[in-house]
Write a protein that binds this ligand. Sequence first.
Ligand code: SF4
Length: 210
Amino acid sequence: MHPPLPELTMQVAQVVPATEAEGPGRRFAVWFQGCPLRCPGCCNTEFLPFKGGETRTLASIVADLERADVEGITLLGGEPFAHSEAASALAAAARQRGLTVMVFTGYLLEDLQRRPDPAVVNLLATTDILVDGPYVREQPDTARRWIGSTNQRIHFLTDRYRADDPCWRMRNTLEIRVEKTGVTVNGFPAADAVGLWKGWTRTKRTQPGP
Ligand code: SF4
């Protein structure tokens, strides 16, 4: 029996219930709608406005999560820490269900640790892997899987994952789903394939960074 969920809504750009392209293992990935940062070269520009996307209740997202056969959740954006109340509640629910939590952020860990906001504190406290720092187009990372630029750091905030796991050195992958409502793309494309899906009906993807 899990603790009752807070009655929260969240603004999401996309949910992929099971992906192997957004962190170790199979993961339930949530892209938040809205980011206050403007990294040049961000390839998720449609996720930057805080208006748009879909308003989902925390309960409905967690119900989807409970149906998914995954080892953890990945929160991306948009900027998860700009949605920290909902993101921390979702992360807590994932942890209560024995799942791991990975978060991509454009902020630096040190700056987040200085924020007194309890939701930021709670989100950090329930994160196993934090990838931090803005995406820098001029410094593409070709060595580390899932990481957009070489300035970005991978923080293992718990011992549930390890830096020497070979998964961090495997090739990036791109997943394309054809659904009734259109095409969904997520993962990391080759550099010369970025944006190829522009113009498709309802396309979503990850940015090559937070
Ligand atoms: S790369 Fe990430 S942090 Fe930077 S503007 Fe895009 S969504 Fe925001």
